[in-house]
Design a protein around this ligand. Structure first.
Ligand code: PMP
Length: 426
């Protein structure tokens, strides 16, 4: 029987862990069925507890851009471990990784390491508020910036998947300072500025959205946000937790040629270990403790094992000049072929893609914002997901998530994926 041991482990887990998982989207709640319990992963493949291998298009939700258990990252990390696990002191390695990142990412002079994307975004808005001495922020419906209170207002990712984008437990006092705009709708942003003159500390946005499925900004949208921010004395925060070091070394800023004031990172930056970071020009970063009054801290921040894994990953990305072209090309082929297969079957769908991020929406209509993403047929997505899973292809278990293509996914894995898609019946 498929998923036999995973089912047993899931049943047991639910006795001790809410929903059996330590992060909601892992629970397969919206697609139904049993989440795979994974015991190991190598290259393009993950192996479940029933000893089945799957081509992995989740890649730990983005970090594993090189594929799993990359030998160089593994060796460097193990070597680092021999010197100790955590010191709670500064290390030379932290300066090395900071130097590398500030050299390759545009518009940043300094960076602070944290332990997750959530922490990075939470700290970024605190810094923006401290710097501008204003309270309110603008976020976009369907964007996800982690689970801190200020962002759980019409949030994407699991919050969208489970139909509770506004979480209980977030006070009205907090919610009133988060103003919502529509992605790709500059008028909705202008209106908020008109109603909140001189009150907006920051606009935070996923420059390529990945948490309502993959949604690409329309021509001129981000540039208009930049102009508005300049006019209003508001900081533009690019949440590059997904896009940083994935779309290019310089992330979305570099790919799109738009400058942000603060940039947040996660996922790839830690090479699979728990790391996040936020960065900006010196003038802004100097507001942070211990230099400035905006407080932010972390016992395990800059942890040497995590830093070594991240530094080694970023160095590989820095040295392999063709890697980004390669993964983009793989994603383009996947997109085109899946489009052909679904079109031949007469199944209404849209694929959205940017670089090595993509997703498939089952709808006739263009998908450019959260409303469009919600209107897609998610029960067809769920069927597609399970069909692919049975055939050894591991997609994210929700129509509100993005597929992440790793450099370990080659022709053979694409062929397997397309073969699986060919036998899908809606
Ligand atoms: N921002 C974005 C754009 C994300 O995609 C995520 C996580 N998927 C986060 C922030 C939060 O990161 P973490 O899960 O590491 O807290």
């Amino acid at each position: 029987m498929l998923y036999q041991r995973s089912s047993a482990l899931f049943a047991e887990a639910q006795n001790y862990i809410p929903g059996g998982v330590n992060s909601p989207v892992r629970a397969f709640k919206s697609v139904g069925g049993t989440p795979l319990f994974i015991k190991k992963a190598k290259g393009a493949y993950i192996t479940d507890e029933d000893n089945r291998d799957y081509v992995d298009f989740i890649n730990s939700w983005g970090p594993m851009i090189l594929g799993h258990t990359h030998p160089e990252v593994l060796a460097a990390t193990v070597e680092q471990m021999n010197n100790g696990f955590s010191f709670g002191t500064p290390t030379e390695l932290e300066t090395e990784i900071a130097k590398l990142i500030t050299a390759v990412v545009p518009n940043i002079d300094m960076i602070r390491m944290v332990n997750s994307g959530t922490e990075a975004c939470m700290s970024a808005i605190r810094l923006a508020r401290g710097f501008t001495q204003r309270d309110k922020i603008i976020k976009f419906e369907g964007c996800y910036h982690g689970h801190s209170d200020a962002f759980l207002i019409k949030a994407g990712s699991g919050a969208a998947t489970f139909g509770n984008p506004n979480s209980p437990g977030v006070t009205q006092g907090t919610a009133k300072d988060t103003l919502l705009a529509r992605y790709n709708d500059i008028e909705s942003v202008k209106k908020i500025f008109e109603e909140n003159e001189d009150e907006i500390a920051a606009i935070i946005i996923e420059p390529i959205a990945g948490n309502m499925g993959c949604i690409v900004p329309e021509e001129g949208f981000l540039a208009s946000l930049r102009t508005l921010c300049n006019q209003k004395g508001t900081l533009l925060i690019f949440d590059e937790v997904m896009t940083g070091f994935r779309l290019s070394l310089g992330g979305a800023q570099q790919r799109l040629g738009i400058e942000a004031d603060i940039v947040t990172f996660g996922k790839v930056i830690g090479g699979g270990f728990p790391v996040g970071a936020f960065a900006a020009r010196k003038e802004i970063m100097e507001h942070l403790a211990p230099l400035g009054p905006v407080y932010q801290a972390g016992t395990l921040s800059g942890n040497p094992i995590a830093m070594r894994a991240g530094y080694t990953t970023l160095n590989i990305l820095n040295k392999d000049q063709n890697l980004y072209d390669r993964i983009d090309k793989t994603t383009e082929i996947l997109d085109k072929e899946i489009t052909n297969i679904l079109s031949e079957k007469g199944i209404a769908h849209q694929t959205n893609r940017f670089g090595s991020m993509m997703s498939v929406f089952f709808t006739d209509e263009k998908v450019i914002n959260f409303d469009d993403a919600q209107k897609a047929n998610h029960s067809t997505f769920n069927k597609f997901f399970h069909h692919m899973l049975k055939n050894g292809i591991y997609l994210a278990p929700s129509g509100y998530e993005t597929w992440f293509i790793s450099d370990a996914i080659k022709t053979e894995e694409i062929d397997k994926t397309l073969t699986a898609a060919r036998s899908f019946e809606a």
